[in-house]
Structures are given as C-alpha cells and as structure tokens.
Design a protein around this ligand. Structure first.
Ligand code: SF4
Ligand code: SF4
Length: 197
C-alpha cells in the first residue's frame, strides 16, 4: 500500500468503492493527500465515481477509477507480513464457517416480482447464525420482513420463479435458498407476528 515516492502518503485502493461509504472514505483520504484508486466490477462505474470526486476535491488531489483487480494490483499488494496474513486468513475461515449464504447484498436480483426482500432475508438468516446467542438475526428478520416495519417481504413469499438466480453474480441458487430460509426463519417468526398486525 505504500507509495515508494513519498513514504508519508499511501496509494489506497478501495475495492467495491463506488457506494457512498467508499466515496466518503476516498474523499477524506484524497483530501489528506493520499493517492486513491476506486475499484469496481465495472471500470466505467469506477471512473465515473472518481470523476465525481475530482470535481469536488481541491486541486492536486489524486483519485482514479479501475476495475477491482487492477485497483488491487496498483495499490501494491503483498505488503502484509506473514503474521498479518495469518490473522486475516483465520478471521476469513471463521467468518466463512459461520456465514451460511454468500450474498454480498449487491441487489442485482431486486426487485422480486413477489415482494421478497432477497438480500435482506439472506442478511437476517446469516445474522441468525453469526450471532446465535443474542437472537440478533431473528429480531432483524422479524423487524424487516414480517411487516412490523414496512412491507411484508419474508422468504415465504417466494414463488420459485427463478428470475433472481439468472442475474446473481455469486451464482447463488436463490429459489432453493429461499425455501431453506423460509423453513428455518418463517416457521419461527411469521406465525407469531403476522396475526398481531
Ligand atoms: S425465485 Fe423467488 S425470490 Fe427469486 S424472484 Fe422469483 S419469487 Fe422472487
Ligand atoms: S444478486 Fe445475489 S449476491 Fe446480489 S443481493 Fe441478490 S442474492 Fe445477494
């Protein structure tokens, strides 16, 4: 990540950085003098985000946009020590063990024609397994999908049309996963909450 021409500054790649969080970090770090590369799956999206920031940053700030892999390469990878990599790998393995569905929340599958909040249901289901002791996932699922707050959008609404699975960049078998989520989550919470509405 260090820039060999100036050790007090860094070249920082923000992978998947075109959202408001990524752009917010990019703005602040660029203003502080670091060279920023915004990464995205689509290079045009990254360059557009970079151009937006350059337009509002003071002159001399360096922000560019690239496809994610190119951005990671440009920020000088392999700069972590073996100990740091071991910690990251340990955390990654534990996270993968606890995370049941590899949904990134990109939202490309939305909207569902039958009203399922697909990334939301997966997020609630994952939280159910990530935090099994405090029922965070169950409450998240009840709150967001039973209709208590906003629209009813639980996994049980899925009619297995398959529209979503055709566009999922993670190639998730969404209809089958919806059955799984519904069997485990709707059975616990929907019969309890929906009659109260
Ligand atoms: S398969 Fe289910 S979740 Fe996916 S779009 Fe169709 S109804 Fe919605
Ligand atoms: S398209 Fe796939 S990864 Fe993206 S939100 Fe939908 S299920 Fe998740």
């Amino acid at each position: 990540m260090t820039d060999s021409s100036n050790f007090s500054k860094f070249t920082i790649a923000i992978i998947g950085g075109t959202g408001k969080e990524g752009k917010g970090l990019a703005y602040r770090w660029a203003k502080a003098g670091h060279k920023i590369i915004i990464g995205s799956r689509a290079e045009e999206k990254a360059t557009l985000a970079a151009a937006e920031l350059v337009a509002i940053l003071p002159g001399g700030c360096k922000v560019s946009g690239m496809e994610n892999l190119k951005a990671a390469e440009a920020a000088l990878p392999r700069s972590l020590s073996s100990g740091e990599r071991a910690v990251i790998e340990q955390a990654r393995d534990e996270f993968k063990r606890l995370m049941k569905i590899g949904c990134t929340g990109c939202g490309y599958c939305m909207p569902c024609p039958f009203g399922v909040d697909i990334p939301g249901c997966f997020a609630g289901y994952n939280a159910h397994y990530l935090f099994p002791h405090d029922r965070t996932g169950s409450f998240q699922y009840i709150g967001r999908h039973s209709g208590l707050m906003g629209q009813v959008s639980h996994a049980g609404l899925c009619r297995q049309c398959g529209k979503c699975a055709k566009v999922c960049p993670q190639h998730l078998p969404i209809p089958a996963l919806m059955k799984q989520v519904s069997a485990e989550m709707d059975g616990l919470v929907i019969p309890v909450v929906v009659p109260l509405l």
